[in-house]
Design a protein. Sequence first.
Lengths: 1052, 533
Amino acid sequence: MKRKLMMFLALFFIGIGAVVAQTQVRGTVVDDTGEPVIGATIQIKGTTQGTITDADGNFQLTAPVGGTLVVSYVGYETQEVPVSANINIVLYTDTKLLDEVIVVAYGTSTRGTFTGSVGVVDSEKLEMRQISNVSNALSGNVAGVQILSNDGQPGSSATVRIRGVGSINAGMDPLYVVDGIPFDGDLSSLNPSDIASMTVLKDAASTALYGARGANGIIMITTKQGKGGSTVSLEARYGVNSRSIKNYDVLTSPKNYIEQSYQAIYNAGVYSLGYDPVRANRYANTTLTKNSEGGSGYTIYTVPQGELLVGTNGMLNPNAVLGYNDGEFYYIPDNWADETFSNNPRQEYNLSISGGNERRNHYISFGYLNDQGIVSNSGFERFSIRFNGDYKVKDWFKVGSNMNYNFSDSRFSDENTSTSSSGNAFFIANYIAPIYPIYVRNGSDEQIALLNGKTMYDYGDGQSTNFSRSFMSIANPAGDLMFNDTNYAMDIFNGSWYAELTPLEGLTLTARYGLNVNNRKYSDLGNAYMGQSASYGGTAYQQLDRFYGFNQQYLAHYNYALDEINNFDVTVGYDEYSYSNQMLYASGQNLYNPESYYVSNAIDNLRGGGTLDEYSTRGIIARLNYSHDNKYFGNIAYRRDASSRFHPDNRWGNFWSASGAWMISDEGFMEGIDWLNMLKLKVSFGQQGNDDIGNYYAWLDQFRMTGADGVFADGALIYKGNPDLSWETSTSYNLGFDYAMFNNSLTGSLEYFGRKSGDMLYNKPTAGSLGYTSIPMNIGSMTNSGIELDVNWNAVNTRDINWDIYFNATSIKNRINELHPDLEGKMIDGTRIYEEGESMYRMYLVEYGGVDVETGLAQYWATDAETGERYLTDDYAVAQNHRIATNDLLPKVYGGFGTSVTAYGFDAGIQFAYQLGGEIFDSGYQRLMHSGYSSSAGMNWHKDIYNAWTPENTNTDVPRLNANDRYANSTSTRFLTSSDYLSLNSVTLGYTIPVQKLAFVDISRLRIYVVAENVGILTSRKGLDPRQSYISATTARYTPIRSVSGGVSLTF
Amino acid sequence: MKIKYLIITITSLALLFTGCNDLDTLPQGNDVTSKQKGETYELNPERAEAGVNAIFAQFNQYMPNETALGAERHNDFGYPSIMLFTDANGMDVVSDDNGYNWTGNSLDFSDRVYTSNESQIVWNDLYALIYTANDVIGSIDAATEDPQSQYYLAQGLAARAFSYFNLVQLYQFNYVGNQSSPAVPIITDENSDAAALEGAPRATVEEVYTLILSDIDSAIENLESAQAADVVRADKRYFDLAVAYGLRARVNLTMQNWTEAAADATKAIAETSAVPTGLTEANKPAFMDVSEKNWMWGIIISETDRVVTSGIVNWISHMGSFNYGYANFSGGKQINKMLFESISETDVRKGWWTDADGVSANLTKEQQATIDSYGYNPYTQVKFAPYQNVMKTSTNANDIPLMRVEEMYLIKAEAEAMSGGGNSTLVDFVSTYRDPSYSFSSSNSADIQEEVYRQRRIELWGEGLNWYDIMRLNKPVDRRGGGFPNATMVFNIPANDPLLLWRIPQKEIIANPALSEGDNNPTAPTPQPVEDF
């Protein structure tokens, strides 16, 4: 009410001041179908006065004679009309197409004039998603962009690949540029709700200006700026996380597991040790509970005195009772997954206030996120504060600044991303046999034991109970999560500041500084109660990292119109970047307070250390844009770049690009083709550099200094440097069309692209006999080429209903052109092979030859040394000499599709991502198909093991169980599986309460919604997540999280 | 006008910042670039010695193969890794394969697969040692007269001889009869640049021994001359004249140069200050500290070393019975039961292992209680004491013996017997220092050699030397009756079986232009378990 009063008073006084020139205006606003537009804003230009249309599209207001009215409504093109007594306005759908501003390297461009290749994710699409890290927003949304994610830890970043992978060893991550400043910080520090748009720059014409770091594409992130009248937005959402990827189909009953395990040991007795069935039965019964030779180490069944657990028929003794009491402890299996995973809450609140006028604008936001993941004590909490402001001090002088402070607290253990680590909760919960207790239970009352009030976990170490677990002995990550404490607390400041001078018409001088400081405190408490750390009396570790990045840019930009049709703009500039990482750590053992990780709380083995790493680049840039009659566009860009990673003589590289576009649809000969609204041909060609070999001082030999008691040693080589090392250069081309047709309802682009990386930065494996095993080199070349298709269809567009459908597809082919001459066209690196003329995504594997019908052994192909012919053997060691290269594992096509509908205030959206035609090595499944061999004992089996070879079941692809068969599931072509998937990334459903209904309060928009993220995935095998990598997948990592939330967003 | 000032201000600001960015960035801390080493040596000339010390740092590395393997392996810590692998290959050091204690691949010889981590660790570690030794050798004039330089040069030469001596014994059968068989590539300070481009082929066994002898001879000369000028080693990590003689004694023994071996062993005994532990000293857990009187040469481990601060990534974690580590969680390491039973009750070494009842007479009550509480199998080693004799310690900073004077007596005994000198050294040594009731009467050289072999198996158990005896004496790996807990690990691999030879890692074959698949040792079939005794 107060505000209305103020407005009235303002109107009153202004009215008096301008009394002479007022006139009464009446009018109607309709859309292009003739329907009235309700709630359209009519504003007197240059003032804050205005009104909105009523339910019939009518309005009336008093306006100055000779003034201008600005008529706007969301989704329609804004119109300006001169003031007159009666005005009828027709609003046209805002296609935004040609005038849409695109954020590009060192500036902006528009859709219509841009010659490069981009993909944009705007804030509307971002609002549809529920993500804790912006990198996840790109999945399925932008053609040519592929998202890999092997860590579902809340807040963690996904791996983003733009147009394939350009190098074997050099960095492949795109460069993030936030508000014009290259960003090396932690992506989790950007609050997705502060982001106005994410623009993916894909081709050389778009990225060459960033030289050193642009070769893998650039993701330009623009944060929100204030504009127009003051608005306050408030958003709150609350939801629940759950496990998005289920485990493989594993055995769930202890009985079934014991019987399979028995079979494995029994078979070892019969087939490998030559025992008769009776002796083998006895051997298997004794071995089952030992913690070696395939036994689990645990007794969990009670059998009557004198009876055996498993009979000669291989079946569990029917008199066996689950649960075993040895007097001291009681043992009964627990469901580790159920005890480890829990459906935890996720909540997020964002408040933003924005506004501005011609002189200044501001955007102020505060956000809070608390994502508890799906494992207790693995949550991510973030407070983010942002202030973005611009101030036009004078007509020729403008300053602005974006400040973002973040505090985040991430509680998680690095172990959860380390496959097969004994501290990895996911690995253990997914792979442990269904026979082990997770808790210690007292023998007396058979209840879970407590230690000083704390639940006791069974670490399987022979100390927490009397048994030693074969699988992951001395480990219980659930107990670790409960009693250990690991967290990263980060204070992140991202600030940028700029000053812009316009001394002459068309000339802009800009100085821009960007600072990113991340003070990260890592703390780790190894509990003093149980498990490994208890042996040290508890462990304390603290580490401080200070990541510091400073960027400075000086740009001069000149716009010059020769005449009506010839326009030039020139940019020259200089930029510099320096980065450092300082690290300080301390550690200690034997804790006074068992629950405090502050190192001074420890008394033994106190240690500490500190290091510094530094890196810097410099660049000089120049760009010329030319447009002729808005039909022909040309662009040339150049950058000279230096990187501290290279020897001073090899430090500078020259990079450039040239591109052009032709607006074909504006040509005379296209007149009359009414269905085609726009057709633009784009061509670009250019070269960029890449210096990211992974080591900051790659040109120098590096040694590890060690020593004690006055004796220094500094000659242990840890990195063989190469003074000849220089830039990897990628040469890219892009040929494409942008199109709009059928009254702009069908838009998109079709592009053909290629990127040839030459002088690839590459850690060449060397002969170990040289004393080092790799050296960085510029070797060889590789090409990624492909086609991208982007289609957006506005299927229905009426006043009440708007239905959009989009689809994108990318097909990329990767090919190695050339390797180091020494390699004679082929390099083998572990299970990978790199061969000239072939994709770099091929594995080099022993070839599986199926199961020997007679023996049940897994067979592999081997090469006869004499004849060179291949033959089948069950000796994997021998088969090592006959490995074969697999097909290209990369998918033939990948992309995304989705749709969104708004109708009568309701909105709904659904978004999918997919990939087809590739293969992946399913190492998770491999693990679960073991033979019962001792190193796999206690690990679960996939249900496919029921089909293992037996003398009765000889026609099978699954080798026999045998605790002495070490090669039953060895790495071979057997475990290659289709990597096709269809994932349902997000679903949203919302309702925006009409403004009229809210007229009694000062709310201009109120939307309530439900959003689900990471809903599900279809793959060739349950449990397999092909999004983990291009090569292999396992479920041994923090599994992706499905989150479902309800929310309210409010604007007033 | 104002605009002009602003432009000037901004431009000068720009220039100011520009000056701050240095493109010559360097790390600070414990990673040192070649550039900084030079600068440090100028600031503090004493630091130049750090390059020589690096030889000995190579014996004590924390996961040196992490990058090469693309994996963190808890059995990857420099030379002691090789000691553990080879011990587990044999039949004297018994351990359970529980899938957790890292011994499985060596127990079942899957370490011979030429992509195995072990195969790479052995190869890379020994050649990294050679690289460092070559660096030292290449930086000193071979004809130097300066005693300090002679001493440093000798360290490089002896270390290189030591490394090639290990390699030649692991990759080919014993010297006699195999002189012309392929051994390993020879990389020296002279050919290392060429080898980086062209690779290096497998040199013959003869060629490698020629290099070993030439290096060790030259090391001895330099050490003699340095010692004459009073330049002596600061501690037992370095080579001194006695260790160099001891090393040459090992080489000559392996080459069956009996007279030379006996002479070198005698010189080593004469030269060294080390003396064998006596009956009242050898009767307790020991072999923990380089200062022990019988050690000639060892790896010095400090509490602050990364291998120690890791807790479990160190030799004693895998070997020790009294301390925290892999061994105590995995049933410990046992002696071959038949070997144990061959030890006389009056031999003080009988107590280096627990007996059939899990008891050792060598232990204090506290020590016995520790062993009891960990619940080991019988015959578990109690030879190696925990660090500073603290029971159940998690500070695994034990020094590691590389050469003890007792071995010199045994070399001398064998070499004398083989050159017709009888059994007196053997009998004197054992009865004086180990078993007062010892008697051995045969004067047949083959019998004496066999008895010395048994003595060596007992005396040097767990010290990473046993495998070289198996190779040198053409012994089978017969685990029957040894008490191996896994029936599936009981093998009887005949002498000279191709399985005994390590295979050159695949990565070497691929990256070394002078080697191809056919140059490697043959693939041996996976061994099959046999019925235990």
